[in-house]
Design a protein around this ligand. Structure first.
Ligand code: PGA
Length: 263
């Protein structure tokens, strides 16, 4: 199955507009002349979306820019109105946003997002033709308690409830074991591959083997330049969602380079 790897930088609550500008300049100069067969995505905080869009647009005009897609880190499940502090999918479209990270474990654990809320956001994102990066993953206690498969199955079926096969084709899944996020502890490639194969089997049960074979499943959780190649060499791993190591242009670039070569 030919699935194009996708490497996404999740900056979380880091980098305002001026740091975004510096990062993009540096990353573009590193990418210049390279032609990785992968998709590159950057998810800055909302307030840096305009700067990122501007920079990428200018760079494309100057040509030579690797096509970098823009992602938001969240969106509202509502269209508009009295929802203080929220940002709608149509607003995101104005900043040339193509992807939106949904269901990240920090949104689930710190902000109380349930599978039902995540499901509503996925459907709202698809209404505006945004592509969800749909995050799932178990805690250490759940894994050690033998609940890995049950947790993943619940998150997948809840998050994708009433999502059509057509919309599924525009979704990227990110498997991120919570115990590996920001901890420096990466899942071994065997653990990651096993979980990814399971995720694909659950999707196959819901949508059929063809749809499951096409969907991209990223790994996330302490991905670094020195472990990207081994992780990306696994048959069911189709890219990475990168937090800490995406904050430096050099390490993000090296992850894309090392990961793509072995994908
Ligand atoms: P990390 O974060 O790479 O810093 O572990 C990954 C994520 O939260 O998406």
């Amino acid at each position: 199955m030919n699935r194009k790897p996708i490497f996404a930088a999740n900056w979380k609550m880091n980098k305002g507009p001026s740091e975004t500008e510096d990062f993009v300049k540096s990353l573009l100069s590193k990418l210049q002349g390279s032609n990785f067969n992968s998709e590159i995505v950057i998810a800055p905080p909302f307030v840096s979306l305009a700067k990122l869009a501007d920079q990428l647009h200018t760079a494309t005009a100057v040509q030579n820019a690797h096509a970098i897609q823009i992602a938001a880190q969240n969106c509202s499940e509502y269209d508009s109105g009295a929802y203080t502090g929220e940002v709608s999918v149509l607003m995101l479209r104005e900043f040339f946003v193509h992807y939106v990270i949904l269901g990240h474990s920090e949104r689930r654990s710190i902000f109380g997002e349930t599978d039902a809320v995540i499901n509503a956001k996925i459907k709202k994102a698809r209404e505006a033709n945004l592509k969800p990066i749909f995050c799932i993953g178990e805690t250490l206690a759940e894994r050690e308690g033998g609940k890995l498969e049950e947790v993943l199955r619940t998150q997948i079926t809840g998050g994708l409830k009433d999502v059509s096969e057509k919309d599924l084709a525009e979704i990227v899944v990110a498997y991120e074991p919570v115990w590996a996020i920001g901890t420096g502890v990466t899942a071994t490639s065997a653990q990651a591959q096993e979980a990814h194969a399971f995720v694909r089997s659950v999707i196959s049960g819901l949508y059929g083997a063809d749809a499951a074979g096409k969907i991209r499943i990223q790994y996330g959780g302490s991905v670094k330049p020195n472990n990207a190649a081994e992780l990306m060499a696994c048959p069911d791993i189709d890219g990475a969602l990168i937090g800490g190591a995406s904050l430096e242009p050099q390490s993000f670039f090296e992850i894309i380079r090392n990961g793509t070569q072995s994908a």
